[in-house]
Design a protein around this ligand. Sequence first.
Ligand code: GDP
Ligand code: GDP
Length: 454
Amino acid sequence: DEDLALLGGEFDDGSGEGVGVPLPVLAVVGRPNVGKSTLVNRIIGRREAVVEDKPGVTRDRVSYPAEWGGRRFMLVDTGGWEVDVAGIEARVAEQAEVAISLADAVMFVVDATVGPTATDEQVVKLLRKSGKPVVLCANKVDGPRAEADASELWSLGLGEPHPVSALHGRGTGDLLDAAMRKLPTKTEHGVAVPNGPRRVALVGRPNVGKSSLLNKVAGSNRVVVDPTAGTTRDPVDELIQLKGKDWVFVDTAGIRRRVHQTQGADFYASLRTQAAIEKAEVAVVLLDASEKLTEQDTRVISQVIDSGRSVVIAYNKWDLMDEDRRPFLEREIEKDLVQVQWAPRVNISAATGWHTDRLVPALERSLESWDTRISTGRLNSFMGELVAANPHPLRGGKQPRILFATQASTRPPRFVIFATGFLEAGYRRFIERRLRETFGFEGSPISISVRVRE
Ligand code: GDP
Ligand code: GDP
């Protein structure tokens, strides 16, 4: 079988069953060198070598699918998040905070041979504040003699420490059993439940106006939720009523808190962006109309697309737009935004509020595309016509035949084509173009994978 162009950032294991079903999220946090990566590798069955060959700053994804006792969940691995060694302790808390905000439950790893440190205590404070369920892992308990070290961790006040040797696998089963008892079956972090408020992330590089836009749209529209209603929503998210409907703006705490310019701030900004995107169904990517598009801008756009979320492009600070710049801007848009030509674009001013009312219709359009399902019948008659008029080019006397196509999932729409041979990238792009021409999908990424059947 040949799977191509499948998008990352899935909310399930990608096995095809239950595609689109949001899975609960378990985050593994702790100081550097306590054994997080070793533990994560053991849980997801990744090769040991990854620990030695630590990924640097660039992480393509934040969470990984895992399974224990017949339950599937997403595991957030912070083990590779360290940027550099200098000043690392100072950043542990920040890192833990991001991970906790992503999670439905937290696995807190402490090195039992070292005992609780001041940094551990700091993380404990964050865990308490979050109110999220925690399972305490006392790692590096390689043998029965070290069990005493583990019991010292009762002092953290997080309940029972589970003695584990991530390296040898000792105790990991019991640890995971405990984690499964704590992990809610329903996630607050996957995609919204049907009929629930839609989840929006405001993303973009620093100073594009995210915070200004949030203040503008929130204004007096913030919904204060009755705490007795049992709404367990992440406090970093905000419920905002727009055009008579509730919307959840995710990770607004991260937007409101100005990121201090420490070394590695870029890295955490990017991590936060990724976290917000993964919690949202649609992302508004803010760009600064008064400035040239930067590499950071296009990186944010790629993050959204790669995560399979729907997207709206908002050119902010339009009030600063010099009319002389307009032709240049149009050219930039054509050239630099080619990867999201299909996204709705709004020109706004967060400062004055100009055209910010156009945001909601754009969000609705993108979400509708993201939810779209094309029936198998319609899809195959479309494919039939397309293939009849434009057959796959002949290569070395061979020509793959398309047998059948189906839409495997929505959110975003994913298509699977069964063919008798490999389909060239150019031909797949052609199919995508035609799919968009025919069915729209404005504002939603789509993916096409090919399975070869003889
Ligand atoms: P991280 O920085 O928290 O992700 O920690 P790593 O997983 O990279 O582990 C740091 C070091 O501790 C590595 O040398 C591991 O081999 C070692 N280590 C991890 N788990 C254990 C364990 O259970 N027992 C012992 N003895 N060493 C461990
Ligand atoms: P963030 O870092 O993305 O949250 O950006 P902020 O919302 O903090 O905005 C950064 C700066 O741009 C602030 O000085 C804002 O007042 C300014 N700003 C934001 N939106 C606009 C806009 O639409 N027009 C103008 N002229 N300035 C804006």
